[in-house]
Design a protein around this ligand. Structure first.
Ligand SMILES: [Zn+2]
Length: 112
């Protein structure tokens, strides 16, 4: 963890990002590479979901298949689970994205 380190310097050598542009992961189509999040030095990608929402995700999360939508897929499924179990919230819902903690102020990242 390197919180507080403002000077990130030039891009870290030796870890070129895999180009995921144009690739599709479930409902997500990768639009473009975004700047690494300041707090987590991992390549992130702007993706467009089939539902129209845009989300930014780690490349690793995409390639691992963990994230296949902006969250709508998970919400659909979760909604069914909630009904089944009669719960309004589960821990799973809170952590359903391996996503940036706070990419942009005011950008909810479609987490609702
Ligand atoms: Zn979606």
């Amino acid at each position: 963890m390197k919180f507080g380190s403002v000077c990130s310097g030039p891009s870290k050598a030796g870890r070129p990002a895999i180009d995921l542009r144009g690739q599709r992961f479930g409902r997500l189509l990768v639009i473009e590479r975004t700047a690494n999040h300041a707090r987590v030095d991992r390549p992130t990608w702007l993706c467009q979901c089939d539902c129209g929402a845009e989300v930014t995700l780690y490349g690793g999360a995409l390639r691992s298949g963990r994230n296949k939508s902006c969250g709508c897929l998970r919400r659909d499924r979760a909604g069914q689970l909630y009904r089944k179990h009669g719960k309004s919230k589960t821990p799973e819902y809170v952590m359903f994205f391996d996503i940036l903690p706070a990419l942009k102020d005011g950008d909810s990242l479609a987490l609702g």
